[in-house]
Each structure stands twice: as structure tokens, then as C-alpha cells.
Design a protein around this ligand. Structure first.
Ligand code: SAM
Length: 511
């Protein structure tokens, strides 16, 4: 690291330290580590192969990319323009680089109109989530994207999506644009607009993903990727590079994919590894199962009760249903049953009652005491309870024979996204997803050995396949929504289940 960079880094740390995490979050102020900035700049130099380069940085912070640019393009600088909105960073940065060619403007980059065109853009844009964007500003930005690019961008899109799209107006024809952004745009719905832009408005060159556990910004806790595109219409013959692991200059794995095989609506994270699958033509878990979230009680501390509370308030069994404890208390992947109750180390029950208060007061005075305790705690005022009548009556739900925790950590000792066979009558809260066979496959619930086989086949689905359909949140955390689980390829199951009409069978009965 050269001396100038060492000084810049000290300035960066000092400025960051003067802000709270919350302030930095709301303005997306997490800086790029210099080694990564240098790696990116080297990559750009090799790709650009040009003398006299003009470079634009739309969200410059203290200028880590500029510092790397000086290192790599020292002999070939034509013009460098940077934008920074926040005077906290702008003023010291302006002073720091004053003897160098950098032109710095204090402005909201998204409000600017180009007064010149550039050969290269490199940015780590502010990762500002949609709810931190002023609503009038958001509408204005959405209109701008629609008008200029014909793309409708969701209100849930983070600020970085607008940066990626709108900044292309500052690029020369063939100009290169490089973005260090969260990978989530490749998976979530709001990312469709960005993917449309990358597929149709410009020529997508390369997306490099870091390894899931290799967080680029420890303090921002997002998994990141580098997106590189060229400012020209996509060429028919060109292939897009998808690489993962290692560095952008030396990835661990590379795949070249024809852009015409890609859809903006599909999830792209599955493209980095394994065989490319056409999810639309696949047999998926949703072909056999309806997946639902477990119930949202409105206040688990109140509605999920243990034996002690049951005894203390003499809660009769008619107001109780067994519930599965948190996945961390479940050892192994099979829950046996004793009179319908799960055999677990922390037995728990859902308290739910739909009798009117007057009857509870009269017939179950101790239960009434418990309800009063809930009122004192403010339970009925919560969103879910305030929309229920009576507030202490929870949703009725059939137990599911197969459940899966909706969240998993890659470093956890349990297999991530394990399917649990639930032989009991316990229902679950929303920390689990529940798999209910579709009516034509419900016969499997009556056949213990078949159900066992299905459960084992489900657990043989590769963790990567499940992760590819879920969401990655950084720090090794993965989550799965019911729809995402239903979209998971499940050819394994089609060898076991043939559809059968079963008018007589109870859909959700357990074996
Ligand atoms: C993620 S930081 C990156 C800073 C620097 N480029 C780096 O990589 O370390 C984003 C920077 O953009 C600035 N910023 C946020 N919104 C902006 C806007 N609308 N226009 C220009 N800069 C903005 C923030 O203050 C912050 O310094």
C-alpha cells in the first residue's frame, strides 16, 4: 500500500468513527477495502486496453477507487470526475486530493445530467434500502428510469439499482461500467428491473460473486458481487461470464452463458455453479406439495406456553395444542410422538381459545387471570392480535407430516434446510415451513414406509439446490419463503409419487 493510500485510509477510518452505524446505514456509507478496489481497477485496465482514460465515480466517499485508479492508470489519465453527497466526506476528500487531477462535486449524483461522457465508471454505490428513500424522490427516480430506459422499477428497489441504471447516461458508447453491489438483486423481485437493464439496454460482460462466507464488508453484512457491463446494445455472439470464488481476476469457477438463455424474471444465483437448469420445465417440490408458513401467533412469549405456565394457570387441554419447539432444540430429523405430543426436550403448547371473556371469567377463572396478564403486557394491541376476535384465538392449523426450518446458517452443526419428519400432532409457529401434499398425493400420508422414503429423498436434495432457490443474507444466513421452496427442483420425488384421485382421504391426516 503506498503512502497516499495509507493516509487516505486513516482519514476514512477517522471519518467513519464520527458517525453511528445507523447514520452510515441510512446513507449507505460502507467503504471498499483498498485491496479489492485495486483488484477491480486492475481488471478494468485489462478490459479497457486504452490510453487516456476518463473515469467517473458517482459515489466517491474518500476516493478509494480513485486511489486505486492512480495506481493503475497513472500514465493514462484523461479526466476524473467524482460525486459525493455528504459534506462529512466531501470536504476532507476535496482537501485530501486537491493537488491531483480529481474534479469533485458535492451533489446528489442521481439529480445530475451528464455534461461529458466517460470511458469508465467504477462504483460502490450507497446501499440504501427502499424505506430510507424519500417517497417523492422515489417516484421521481422511477419515472426517470421508465422514461429513459422503458423499465418499470419496483418501489422496493434499493438506491443502488437507480445508480446502476441511470449512470449509464454518463458513459461513452462502449464505455465500461463496474459495480460492487449486493448480490440480492439477482434473486429478489425488485432486481428484475436491473436484470432487464443488464440484458437488454447494455451488454452485460461479467458478474463475479464472492464466496458466501467471504464477506467483503464485514460491517455492512451483505453478500456482494461485481457487475461489469459495456455501454452498447448486447451483441448476438457475446457470452456473459459468471464467475464465483477467488478474485475477479482469478476466479475459482467460470461459466460462459449466452445472454439469450437468460431471463430477467429468473433467479440468477443458480447460474454460477453446477448445471444450468431450466426451472420452468422442471418437476418442483410445488408439483407435489403446498408449502405454508407456520402460524403467526402475534406474540410467542404469550401464546406459546410450557408445562409450568399451564399448571400455574390451570389451562385445560381444550385450549392447548402441541407445538414444535425452535429448530435448535430438535436433535435429529425425526420427531416421534407420544399420544400425539412430540417427544422433545422442551415440550411447548399453543394457547388459543375462542370463548367470550364472560364465559372464561365464569368457568375458567385461572385462565382469565392469564388473559388479564396478557392484557397488562399489551399483547392485544399488537398488529396480529388487534385484527383477531377474540384476540386470544389463534389461527387453526392442521399438523404437517414434514416441516423445514425457514432459516439456516451455513456454519451451523445441523444440515442447512433439513426436512423434519413430524410424527406427532404438533403444529408450528412461523419459524418453520410446512409441507402439505397436494390432494392427488395425499395418500402418502397413510403409508408410513412411503412417507419415510419421501422424507429421505427430500433430505437428499443438495443443500446448494435449496440455497439457490432461497435468499442469502450475508454472514452465512439463508432464508426460504414458501414459494421459493415450491420452486425447488424435485425430480427425486417423481420416482416415488404417482398422482391418485383420493376423494375419501383426509388431506392433512398424519400416518
Ligand atoms: C458505499 S459508499 C462508497 C464510497 C467509496 N466509493 C468506496 O467505495 O469506499 C457510498 C458513498 O456514496 C455517498 N452517497 C450516498 N448517496 C449519494 C448520492 N445520492 N449521490 C452521491 N453520493 C452519494 C455516501 O455518502 C458514501 O460516501
Amino acid at each position: 500500500m503506498n503512502e497516499v493510500e495509507q493516509k487516505r485510509k486513516l482519514m476514512q477510518d477517522a471519518l467513519d468513527a464520527l458517525k453511528t452505524q445507523k447514520e452510515r446505514n441510512s446513507m449507505g456509507q460502507f467503504s471498499t477495502p483498498y485491496p479489492l478496489a485495486l483488484e477491480i481497477m486492475r481488471y478494468m485496465r485489462n478490459l479497457l486496453k486504452k490510453k487516456d482514460v476518463s473515469f467517473i465515480e458517482p459515489s466517491i466517499g474518500t476516493g478509494v477507487f480513485y486511489s486505486a485508479f492512480l495506481n493503475e492508470f497513472a500514465e493514462s489519465t484523461k479526466r476524473v470526475l467524482g460525486f459525493e453527497i455528504d459534506s462529512h466526506y466531501y470536504n476532507p476528500t476535496k482537501k485530501f486530493w486537491k493537488e491531483t487531477p480529481l474534479e469533485l462535486r458535492q451533489a446528489n449524483f442521481l439529480d445530475q445530467e451528464p455534461d461529458d461522457l466517460f470511458d469508465m465508471l467504477v462504483a460502490n454505490p450507497p446501499y440504501v434500502r427502499h424505506h430510507h428513500i424519500d417517497s417523492d424522490k422515489k417516484v421521481q427516480l422511477q419515472e426517470k428510469v421508465l422514461k429513459k430506459y422503458g423499465i418499470k422499477i419496483s418501489g422496493l428497489a434499493g438506491l443502488y439499482c437507480y445508480f446502476m441504471i441511470l449512470s449509464s447516461a454518463w458513459l461513452n458508447e462502449n464505455g465500461l461500467s463496474c459495480w460492487l453491489v449486493p448480490s440480492e438483486f439477482m434473486d429478489v423481485n425488485y432486481g428484475t428491473a436491473v436484470k432487464k437493464f443488464l440484458l437488454h439496454n447494455v451488454e452485460l460482460v461479467h458478474i463475479h460473486r464472492f464466496n458466501a462466507n467471504d464477506l467483503q464488508f464485514a460491517d455492512a453484512l451483505v453478500s456482494s458481487c461485481i457487475v461489469v457491463f459495456r455501454n452498447r446494445k448486447p451483441q448476438k455472439s457475446s457470452k456473459i461470464k459468471f464467475s464465483i470464488g477467488g478474485t475477479i481476476n482469478k476466479p475459482n469457477e467460470i461459466r460462459l452463458i449466452d445472454g439469450s438463455n437468460l431471463k430477467a424474471e429468473s433467479k440468477w444465483t443458480s447460474l454460477f455453479q453446477g448445471n444450468v437448469v431450466n426451472l420452468e420445465s422442471q418437476v418442483t417440490l410445488g408439483s407435489f406439495f403446498t408449502v405454508k408458513r407456520g402460524i403467526a401467533t402475534g406474540d410467542n412469549d404469550f401464546f406459546i406456553v410450557d408445562k409450568e405456565t399451564i399448571e400455574k394457570y390451570e389451562i385445560p387441554h381444550i385450549f392447548l395444542r402441541p407445538v414444535l419447539p425452535s429448530p435448535r432444540y430438535i436433535e435429529g430429523n425425526c420427531i416421534s410422538s407420544e399420544n400425539g405430543n412430540p417427544v422433545v426436550s422442551h415440550p411447548q403448547f399453543l394457547f388459543s381459545c375462542n370463548l367470550p371473556e364472560a364465559i372464561i371469567k365464569k368457568n375458567y377463572p385461572k385462565v382469565w387471570e392469564y388473559i388479564k396478564f396478557g392484557i397488562e403486557k399489551g399483547v392485544p394491541k399488537g398488529y396480529i392480535c388487534s385484527h383477531r376476535n377474540p384476540w386470544y384465538s389463534c389461527e387453526d392449523r392442521e399438523p404437517a407430516a414434514i416441516v423445514i426450518p425457514y432459516m439456516g446458517r451455513s456454519e451451523s452443526q445441523n444440515k442447512m434446510f433439513r426436512f423434519i419428519l413430524n410424527k406427532s400432532k404438533a403444529i408450528t409457529t412461523n419459524v418453520y415451513l410446512l409441507l402439505y401434499p397436494k390432494p392427488e398425493y395425499a395418500y402418502c400420508l397413510k403409508n408410513v414406509s412411503l412417507l419415510n422414503e419421501i422424507w429421505q429423498k427430500l433430505n437428499s436434495i443438495a443443500t446448494e439446490t435449496l440455497c439457490q432457490n432461497g435468499r442469502f443474507y450475508g454472514g452465512g444466513l439463508h432464508k426460504m419463503e414458501p414459494k421459493e421452496l415450491m420452486r425447488t427442483p424435485a425430480n427425486e420425488i417423481s420416482t416415488l409419487l404417482e398422482p391418485k384421485s383420493n376423494g375419501q382421504l383426509s388431506l392433512f391426516a398424519t400416518a
